[in-house]
Design a protein around this ligand. Structure first.
Ligand code: NAG
Length: 336
């Protein structure tokens, strides 16, 4: 009897115990390495990833295929030598603000393949990371300040999520972002001044690859691009808009991109573009790779001929070969 009362009391205590609820890792196998020492012998971790678990010297930590539903505040903390952290394919649903504390050298943070639905402010801000992988999650909400104050962020992977909106106010004090992988989301529109906080390659000098600007918005549901969407960026290597639902391109929409190399608009709903749009395209900077890829669109053949004539006159590479062949075949059919 006495024993049972004790048990009940202990159970109630455990339920009420605040700290007991804050255990992010429960008996989780962790792989950790140090560049000089090689693989570190770490037993399964209960609690958080910190020096008390023998991780003080870890340069790289990987947790994969585990069950970590919530990363509580301080889930990863006080690891001054850590530069690569991978918590992947581990059913993470939620990350609390402050989950990554005092990891000043962290360069790469991989959280791909989880079930994260929301990115709050206070999780990532002020990290020194250069590469952030949030792909293959269930993200449908990103707070406006979620990506602020990431001064070194170069590569952001957000592909394969459920994001419906692009917020032009993202990336305040995150000026070095060069690669945005946003493929396979649910974006319907690119709003005005979409990239007002992203400055491009000019000031990036520390030799950490890659140095290409590559914005990948392929395989979304984009129907409209605001004419001022790209107004604030001058330089872009590749803009990938493949497999969207774009039917109309406003004059001037790309005209501020002084140094764009390639714009891929393959596999959209374009039947025609206006003369004003064509004349507003940046051209003639002599960049070999410069090309506008417009193939696999339901072109009006008359319009396509106009585009090709324009292209020849201006010396711009307008890739429409496949569509042209289709038009030629249709013409031959008509003659028959
Ligand atoms: C194609 O464009 C031409 C010229 O702009 C127009 O006269 C014609 O009706 C269009 N054809 C179709 C099928 O929309």
């Amino acid at each position: 009897m006495y024993f049972r009362i004790c048990l009940v009391l202990v159970t109630i205590f455990l339920r009420l115990c605040v700290f007991c609820d804050k255990v992010s890792f429960k008996n989780v196998p962790v792989k950790a390495t140090n560049v000089a020492k090689g693989r570190l012998e770490i037993g399964p971790v209960t609690g958080s990833l910190d020096p008390s678990n023998g991780l003080a010297d870890a340069n790289e930590i990987t947790v994969r295929d585990q069950k970590i539903p919530i990363l509580y505040k301080g889930a990863v903390k006080d690891l001054p030598r850590l530069y690569d952290l991978e918590l992947i394919y581990s059913e993470i649903q939620e990350i609390e603000p402050g989950a990554f504390e005092n990891v000043p050298r962290l360069l790469e943070l991989k959280l791909n393949g989880n079930k994260i639905s929301k990115i709050q402010g206070g999780i990532l801000n002020n990290l020194n990371i250069k590469r952030l992988d949030l792909s293959f999650n269930e993200i449908n909400a990103i707070e406006p300040n979620a990506f602020n104050d990431l001064p070194n962020l170069r590569v952001l992977l957000l592909d394969n999520n459920l994001i419906r909106e692009w917020n032009p106010n993202w990336f305040e004090n995150t000026p070095n972002l060069l690669m945005i992988h946003f493929s396979k989301n649910l974006l319907e529109t690119l709003p005005a001044h979409a990239f007002k906080n992203v400055k491009g390659t000019e000031n990036v000098k520390d030799g950490w690859l890659p140095l290409e600007n590559y914005f990948d918005f392929s395989e979304n549901k984009i129907q409209t691009i605001d004419p001022k969407a790209f107004e604030d960026i001058k330089q872009l290597d590749i803009l990938d808009l493949r497999r969207n639902l774009i039917s109309e391109l406003q004059p001037g929409v790309f005209s501020n991109l002084e140094k764009v190399n390639s714009i891929w608009l393959l596999d959209n709903k374009i039947t025609c573009v206006s003369d004003e749009f064509l004349d507003s395209l940046p051209h003639g900077h002599g960049i070999a790779r410069r090309a506008y890829k417009f193939d696999a669109n339901p072109w009006n053949c008359t319009c396509l001929e106009k585009v090709q004539t324009w292209s020849k006159e201006k010396g711009s590479k307008m890739a429409t070969l496949q569509s042209s062949i289709k038009c030629v075949i249709e013409k031959v059919k008509d003659i028959k």
